[in-house]
Design a protein around this ligand. Structure first.
Ligand SMILES: [Zn+2]
Length: 118
């Protein structure tokens, strides 16, 4: 991270205007050759030839950034490698909690049905 790229990760874009402003800044950095679109990372991370992220590399510090475009409830992100690891660790923890809560509720329903029938 340096002043030529971005000094902070963005864990999500709160609004479309926020995202549009960010894209304008990123576009200026790419046009002024401070940052470049990294197609080799895009190709290595594509699923069935489709990539849902854009990768950008800082020409000054070499930091790789991943941009995920906001889509409905997904607020997208712009993260470096460390940010990606934190983001997906949080997401996996959240998914585990949702599964655990779902299993607890299902167990509770089965117990209630069992006692109602006996
Ligand atoms: Zn940089």
């Amino acid at each position: 991270m340096c002043t030529d790229c971005f000094e902070n990760n963005m864990m999500g874009f709160p609004s479309q205007d926020n995202y549009n402003n960010f894209i304008r800044i990123l576009d200026e950095k790419v046009k002024s050759q401070k940052m470049k679109i990294n197609t080799s990372l895009e190709n290595s991370n594509s699923i069935l030839g489709i990539n849902f992220r854009t990768y950008v590399t800082c020409c000054s510090c070499g930091e790789n950034w991943a941009l995920e475009i906001p889509d409905h409830s997904n607020r997208g992100y712009f993260l470096n490698q460390q940010g990606i690891e934190i983001y997906y660790a949080k997401k996996n923890r959240h998914n585990r909690n949702v599964k655990r809560n779902g299993l607890f509720i299902l167990t509770l329903i089965l117990i209630l049905v069992f006692y109602k029938c006996t």
